[in-house]
Design a protein around this ligand. Structure first.
Ligand SMILES: Cc1cc2nc3c(=O)[nH]c(=O)nc-3n(C[C@H](O)[C@H](O)[C@H](O)COP(=O)(O)OP(=O)(O)OC[C@H]3O[C@@H](n4cnc5c(N)ncnc54)[C@H](O)[C@@H]3O)c2cc1C
Length: 525
């Protein structure tokens, strides 16, 4: 699909914290700090502010300063008229807990609750996605040819005098034809965090032993390709709503769905235009509230400094140094709390998105999801054959670092605080939670079991072609060129060296805009 997963995602537009880009810069990426990236977070979008009704309900204009938002970019983003008193209650609950302020999320210093805009056009009710860049004038450009339903099988590389040049790509068209397309200047791979490393490996760039195993001629031995995989994993708890509240679970009745679809088709308004999610970034919290700095230092020492902790690479050491600082920083969200006015189901063996969003439970629930923003665990993705059609092996290794379980369990404990604070507490049926073990999260071990039981992925994989120096385990340099090549770039979420706070599409667009400027600046050199 033109636009990749931006065309099917949940549409939340969340901005990273300044600390996220500071981290990128301190991992050897000069020029990728927060001030350099700020214009690009504005450049990709045009923001439509909310109506008076929504503004009054959510107080959005208290923190979304119109002057800070993008007003020229292709992607429409908006606060739609879809929010309910649940969203107001979320903000009021966090205000009572001391976590609600007027910082603008796009400025990168947000902690506490807010309602992010959605990548939906507020005027037409239609999804905004990367297809928005493919306008009529772009389509008419003589130097642009869009081939849909076409697989890139490999990048064609030539090595001469230890200089690697991408001379084109090999593709398979929808009617099965294999063709070569030559490149006069450069090749840009944008196949996403799961497929960009696959394409590099299929082209002969990756760990030599892996490539040899699949009879792929080794052009560049770059074992970092496909490593450093990070994703937000999350734990989730369902809270049954108290009478007479309802939740979107009433959409289990086909007649309700039918009427909402009809409303959307006739007016492009209503709940089918977007998901009314509110969120909150919080530093490390647990059952007792904010975890004190001394206690965080104890945890870091226990999990990272004990003699039993195995040796890690230089790149990993530098990443962990940054992650330590972030965990100690009470201005950086260690977790992102989100709530859906509907149940969310997780069950071992059936963890598909359609099951997660099904109405499996007969009662009406809301769900609070806790995303672990800055994981210590690292997974990988690598080819399983030399055939592009065979999906690469995805091994996210969620919670493989024990500190991640501890962090996520503590954040999950804080759900007790949210659920027992007004006005949320009056809207929920006391003690009616799924899983049942989540009824009392005071005990950390119980919280750990709840996390393991309810673990779900967030579809935010990054880092598999990381922008870092080669000696730190990087795959691309600050010009997004693959180390060891002079005209092969990767431009997508795989180049993020470290995972971000919140959701990642805004930064993916910002990286793409930045890449366009880099390429433009060097096009005539
Ligand atoms: C279900 C879901 C919900 C999400 N919700 C949100 C959200 O609410 N907010 C948010 O900020 N982010 C969200 N995300 C994440 C966000 O959409 C992605 O992280 C982001 O779009 C990544 O963009 P990308 O360009 O790196 O990769 P992708 O979007 O994966 O694009 C890669 C493209 O390359 C194509 N491709 C791959 N291999 C080949 C090949 N060999 N030949 C030809 N084409 C190929 C793919 O088909 C795809 O079109 C969500 C993601 C998913 C999946």
């Amino acid at each position: 699909m033109v636009g990749g997963s931006s065309a099917l995602n949940f549409s939340l537009v969340m901005y990273p914290s300044r600390a996220n880009f500071e981290a990128w810069e301190s991992l050897g990426n000069d020029g990728w700090g927060p001030d350099a990236m700020a214009p690009y977070l504005r450049k990709f979008h045009t923001y439509t502010p909310p109506s008076e009704t929504t503004s009054a309900l959510l107080s959005v204009d208290k923190y979304m300063n119109a002057e800070n938002q993008g007003d020229q970019g292709p992607l429409p983003i908006s606060h739609l008229d879809i929010y309910t008193p649940w969203n107001r209650a979320w903000d009021d609950t966090f205000a009572r807990l001391g976590w609600n302020n007027h910082a603008d999320p796009i400025a990168g210093r947000k902690v506490g609750s807010f309602t992010p805009p959605l990548s939906v056009d507020g005027k037409t009710g239609q999804r905004g996605y990367a297809g928005a860049y493919y306008t009529q004038d772009v389509a008419e450009r003589k130097n642009l040819h869009l081939l849909t339903e076409t697989m890139v099988e490999r990048v064609i590389l030539k090595k001469a005098d230890s200089r690697v040049t991408a001379t084109g790509i090999q593709i398979r068209t929808k009617d099965g034809q294999q063709l070569e397309v030559s490149a006069t200047r450069e090749v840009i791979v944008s196949a996403g965090s799961l497929n960009s490393p696959q394409l590099l490996e299929l082209s002969g760039i990756g760990a030599a032993d892996l490539l040899q195993k699949h009879n792929i001629p080794v052009v560049l031995n770059l074992p970092a390709v496909g490593e450093n995989l990070q994703d937000h994993c999350m734990s989730t708890v369902n809270f049954e709503v108290a009478d007479p509240q309802t939740s979107a679970d009433i959409a289990r009745d086909p007649k309700v769905v039918q009427s909402l679809v009809e409303l959307y088709e006739k007016t492009r308004t209503g709940p089918m235009t977007g998901i009314p999610v509110s969120v909150a970034y919080l530093p490390l919290v647990d059952h007792n509230g904010q975890v004190q700095r001394e206690q965080i230092d104890d945890l870091l020492a226990q999990y990272l400094d004990s003699p039993q902790v195995k040796q890690i690479s230089l790149g990993r050491q530098q990443q962990y140094k940054i992650l330590r600082q972030m965990l100690r920083d009470d201005q950086t969200g260690s977790a992102d709390y989100m709530f859906l006015v509907a149940q969310f189901n997780a069950k071992e063996g059936v963890n598909t998105m359609s099951y997660a969003l099904s109405k499996d439970l007969p009662e009406n629930y809301i769900n609070i999801l806790v995303l672990h923003n800055h994981p210590f665990s690292r997974g990988s993705i690598h080819i399983q054959s030399a055939n592009v059609g065979d999906k690469p092996i995805y091994d996210p290794k969620y919670l493989s670092h024990p500190l991640d379980l501890e962090i996520l369990a503590r954040h999950t404990q804080f759900l007790d605080k949210i659920a027992s604070t007004e006005p949320f507490s009056s809207l929920l049926k006391p003690g009616a939670r799924v899983p049942k073990a989540a009824v009392d999260l005071a005990d950390l071990d119980t919280a750990k079991e709840v996390v393991k039981d309810r673990l779900f992925h967030c579809c935010h994989p990054v880092g598999t072609c990381a922008m870092m120096p080669a000696e730190l385990g990087g795959v691309v340099d600050t010009q997004l060129k693959v180390h060891g090549t002079h005209n092969l770039r990767v431009v997508d979420a795989s180049i993020f060296p470290l995972e971000l706070s919140g959701t990642i599409q805004a930064t993916t667009y910002a990286v793409a805009e930045r890449a366009a400027d880099i390429i433009r600046a060097t096009a005539h050199c």
